[in-house]
Design a protein around this ligand. Structure first.
Ligand SMILES: C[S@@+](CC[C@H](N)C(=O)[O-])C[C@H]1O[C@@H](n2cnc3c(N)ncnc32)[C@H](O)[C@@H]1O
Length: 448
């Protein structure tokens, strides 16, 4: 056991100590704290410290709301006051965009229990002990058995426990990727936070050798239903993932019970979301994100807008009343089906969604006159081909919503090289207790 003082934050939100010529990173240790750690091997000359006790705590330390905060890979800033979390994130993002002005982070109203989706993993160790929960930090996929969480509503944890208890009465094995063996992959819980609707998805192997029998499926369905007695008509799905060497992995679905979607209300619009479609994980903050983005964009009632990476159509549908027409592009077929239903139930006209990869579909619309282009790509950011097409299109405004400030920093320079200037960089905290941050960037064309 060694005692050291935390002198720095790492990029992962761990505390870093420089002790007797070694660099030690410690999850759960905060700046200026004196801590006792067990020092383990680490990567690239940096040792890993396992926090044993806190001798002098930070004044910003608050009691944790979950019993796994020392090991869980879900939230690294848990235990730090929310104002200090925000200050740390602000500093990080200002460092990343050091050549631009960054607005103060728009904070979350509810820093706990905000997530509408959790994906837990089934796992077994060599002794065949069973685990269901999130993955341990820096562990190469080691799952721990979870019994609390400060990010999701309580029903998701009680459903996890019910499914775990049921699993323990069966002979079924967790799926093991390296050998494509075993049956049980994931348990996903989703919810409409403004409607109370619930959806549970059991992720199974599509390998027919490990298929569940009808009775085995019914057993899991019953465990989920019993854990959610207060929720009438809970939607339960199985998603099978088919993995075969030499062929692309694909999924298929079995609808076990309840509705084929859950419903969410955002910006007074209704959204139906099916099991494999993306929806913003913190709906309260998503509403703030969209409203802030629209007030920066200052749309005109005659505007034609492109909504790229549009998911279930949420940005376009929330914006549509303020513009003339919207065209969305989205890769996921399930999300496109949802988007079409959502356009219909919100009684929208002049809004269309096309299925396809943005890099292929956008180029087909490069000569169409769009006033604004909204981009909300996945974490990796924009493809080179997309940047090239944006360059050719020369829309007056580009509004980029990013869930990964590092990708945005890379794309920002490329968009500037296409003749745009950055008007505003606005961070919005959608993910309290973690280092993640959502960013809005507004670009305008320089030579109009
Ligand atoms: C961060 S989500 C944004 C969804 C939506 N804008 C919203 O606010 O809910 C990114 C979306 O991009 C989609 N996507 C990922 N890669 C894509 C690609 N190459 N072309 C089109 N859509 C893609 C994903 O399926 C997902 O729905």
């Amino acid at each position: 056991m060694e005692q050291c003082v935390i002198e720095k934050w790492t990029d992962k939100g761990h505390g870093r100590a420089f002790h007797e010529g070694r660099v030690i990173d410690i999850k759960g240790a905060f700046l200026a704290e004196t801590v006792q750690v067990e020092v383990k091997k680490g990567k690239r000359g940096v040792k890993k410290g396992i926090l044993q006790s806190i001798k002098i705590p930070s004044l910003e330390r608050i009691p944790p709301k979950c019993s796994h905060s020392q090991i869980c890979g879900g939230c690294n800033l848990h235990g730090l006051s929310y104002s200090s979390q925000v200050a740390l994130k602000q500093k990080n993002v200002e460092k990343l965009f050091f050549t631009h002005k960054v607005e103060p982070i728009l904070e979350a109203q509810d820093p706990f229990y905000y997530r509408n989706k959790m994906e837990f993993s089934f796992s077994q160790d060599k002794e065949k002990r069973k685990y269901l929960g999130l993955v341990e930090e820096d562990s190469r996929g080691k799952v721990f058995s979870q019994n609390s969480c400060a990010l999701c509503p309580e029903w998701m944890i009680s459903t996890l426990k019910a499914v775990f208890d049921h699993w323990c009465t069966t002979e079924l094995d967790a799926y093991y990727l390296h050998t494509n063996t075993g049956s049980l992959r994931t348990l996903t819980c989703r919810a409409g936070v403004n409607t109370g609707e619930r959806m549970v998805i059991l992720g199974l192997s599509g390998n027919p050798l490990y298929a569940l029998s009808y009775e085995e499926l019914k057993g899991f369905q019953q465990a989920i239903t019993d854990a959610n007695k207060c929720c009438e008509d809970i939607s339960i799905f199985v998603v099978l993932t088919h993995v075969e060497k030499g062929t692309p992995t694909y999924t298929s679905e079995i609808h076990l019970s309840g509705k084929d979607h859950y419903k969410e209300i955002l910006c007074e619009k209704t959204f139906l979301v099916s099991p494999q479609s993306f929806f913003q994980p913190n709906p309260k903050q998503a509403q703030l994100l969209y409203e802030t983005a629209f007030s920066l964009l200052k749309p005109n009632s005659a505007d034609r807008v492109l909504d790229l990476y549009c998911g279930v159509g949420s940005i376009g549908i929330c914006l549509k009343d303020r513009v003339d027409r919207v065209l969305g592009i989205e890769l996921n077929r399930y999300a496109v089906c949802d988007a079409k239903r959502n356009i219909a139930i919100n009684l929208m006209e002049n809004i269309e969604v096309i299925v396809g990869d943005v890099k292929d579909v956008l180029v087909q619309h490069k000569d169409a006159p769009f006033d604004s282009i909204i981009l909300d790509p996945p974490r990796a950011g924009l493809d080179e081909q997309v940047i090239q097409t944006l360059h050719q299109m020369q829309a007056k405004k580009i509004l980029y919503i990013s869930c990964n400030p590092k990708s945005l920093a890379k794309d920002l320079q490329l968009i500037e090289n296409c003749g745009y200037k950055v008007e505003c960089l606005q961070p919005v905290d959608q993910f309290p207790q973690t280092l993640h941050l959502e960013m809005i960037a507004l670009f305008t064309l320089k030579n109009l």
